[in-house]
Design a protein around this ligand. Structure first.
Ligand code: NAP
Length: 243
């Protein structure tokens, strides 16, 4: 069977590492991006040069019309999707609840929760027809710890952990699996906006003494998508280096 995957936010960080691993595993990949056009196109071109199949498609997952257009583009260019990675996410910046703005809350929930939900809706409509599919959401251990002045972000990720369980039960009869990876602290640009001391102290508190690499999350995602994980569904897999 032809394997076709969409990776939201697929040109940077955990998304880019996942895109590369999926291309290596023989998937035709759609690299969704929002602002990182050059990175997305370069990654697609490298995959195509090396004998794979990749397209880069701009879509803001916080906007339903962009999601609809993204899935239609993939239908036409790659064929029906068999795998979806809901990786795109933002943390909205550090803020106490006392100082949170409704704009911040809306953009975090629109991207992390509504975006994931609506991408799942579009995926499931197609996967049910195909009679097969596998979805991995990317949440965060912040959902467990509550986030440190990132409770808006933590709450959005907790919403998707719960969604994963209910959605997986709903679609299990159709041979479709839904799982979530919940990374700890991973070395990507998402931490760039953090004050340097905050990140330094966080790393010092980690049992391994280091952040995880994006590839260490990507490997788990690819395995969860694969038939090797055929009886795993509705599961939240922490990737934390023993934190
Ligand atoms: P990153 O390097 O900041 O990448 C974020 C990705 O999300 C980018 O590809 C970005 O696309 C995309 N994105 C953001 N808003 C989007 C939107 N509205 N529409 C489409 N794409 C959008 O961060 P990362 O660490 O790789 O994060 C990936 C996922 O892992 C996120 O869901 C994050 O919450 C989660 N996570 C990360 C960590 C960590 O420590 N790094 C820990 C736990 C969970 P553009 O560049 O094109 O804008």
């Amino acid at each position: 069977m032809k394997k076709v995957a969409i990776i939201t936010g697929g040109s940077r960080g955990i998304g880019a590492a996942t895109t590369k691993e999926l291309a290596k595993a023989g998937y035709a990949v759609c690299i969704n991006y929002h602002s990182a056009k050059d990175k997305a196109e370069l990654l697609a071109s490298n995959i195509n040069k090396n004998g794979g199949r990749a397209i880069a498609v701009k879509a803001d997952v916080a906007k339903e019309k962009d999601i609809l257009a993204l899935f239609e583009t993939v239908d036409h260019e790659l064929g029906p999707i068999t795998a979806l990675v809901n990786n795109a996410g933002i943390n909205g910046g550090i803020s106490t609840v006392e100082n949170i703005t409704s704009e911040c809350l809306q953009s975090v929930f629109a991207t992390n929760v509504f975006g994931t939900f609506l991408c799942c809706r579009e995926a499931i409509r197609r996967m049910k027809q195909a009679g097969y599919g596998s979805i991995v959401n990317v949440t965060s251990e912040a959902a467990r710890f509550g986030g440190n002045q990132l409770s808006h972000y933590a709450a959005s990720k907790a919403a998707i952990n719960t969604f994963t369980v209910g959605f997986a039960r709903e679609v299990a009869p159709f041979n479709i699996r839904v799982n979530t990876v919940s990374p700890g602290v991973i070395d990507t640009e998402i931490h760039q906006a953090s004050p340097p001391d905050r990140l330094k102290n966080l790393i010092a508190s980690l049992p391994t003494g280091r952040m995880g690499a994006p590839e260490e999350v990507a490997q788990a995602i690819v395995w969860l998508l694969s038939d090797q994980a055929s009886y795993l569904s509705g599961t939240i897999v922490p990737i934390t280096g023993a934190r």
